[in-house]
Design a protein around this ligand. Sequence first.
Ligand SMILES: [Zn+2]
Ligand SMILES: [Zn+2]
Length: 303
Amino acid sequence: MQQHQIPLDANNRADDPHHDDLRDDGTHEVTPDLAYKRLAIVNVVFYGVPHAADRQWVLIDAGVMGTTGLIARAAEERFGPDSRPAAIVMTHGHFDHVGALEELAERWDAPVYAHTLELPYLNGSAAYPPPDPGVGGGLVSQLSRFFPRGPVNVGSRLQTLPDDGSMPGMPGWRWIPTPGHTPGQVSLWREADRTLISADAFITTKQESAYAAMTQAPEMHGPPMYFTQNWQDARASVERLAALEPELVVSGHGRAMHGAEMRAALHALARDFDRVAVPDQGRYVEQPAQVETGTAYVPTDKQ
Ligand SMILES: [Zn+2]
Ligand SMILES: [Zn+2]
């Protein structure tokens, strides 16, 4: 499976390597108040202007295990040595997004926000259902059987995202439920400049392939196949995000992309989702994991 799901040209990338070199803080800045950092296979996002005061910025997602120092150092360089975030927002609880979460939440004494349906994976009560190593055709898919499925436990720091869709510490932003990849995944949206943090609802590289994940070869791609639990919901989530007509996208994996070609590719992904993003066969293609029946949550003592 070498072909792209939906091709994207490297010219559509939203970061500016020259500008990033000048800042030299190890992040890619895509708007004056939004930067992301790539940690091997996954992105974390910093919301807030450079040198933002204490509690005036937000970390979105928390990388893979062992990246606490890298994330903290990037935050220090961007915001100042004593600056702590107002919150850590989790788009979802997969292992490659929660790796440094417990340590960072403690270090910064920061509240952690997530969608209600994602809380069981973050408070120690449930694990994700097993991955589907047969889908996607890549090495990462095959290795997914060895990936940790949680749960992490941030205990009393964990809070539910506000019911009204607003974002703690991020004025002008809203969270949008984008289930399918996980039951409680959220994407973040700022209408004013049409900026979207899509999480893993769709991504901009072929995450199943170790080669593409390392080279970050751009393409418009559905959610990472091996971890996606409900493909019908996943399609509806991509349709919802395409309908927003985003100008700029920062996704959980791959480079930030922008512009009309990116938007056209996103619409193509939504339109052809069943053909290009959904595996021909797989555990969750036939039998989606569901919140209603409890199959989305695996009790931690039965893992
Ligand atoms: Zn994920
Ligand atoms: Zn991910």
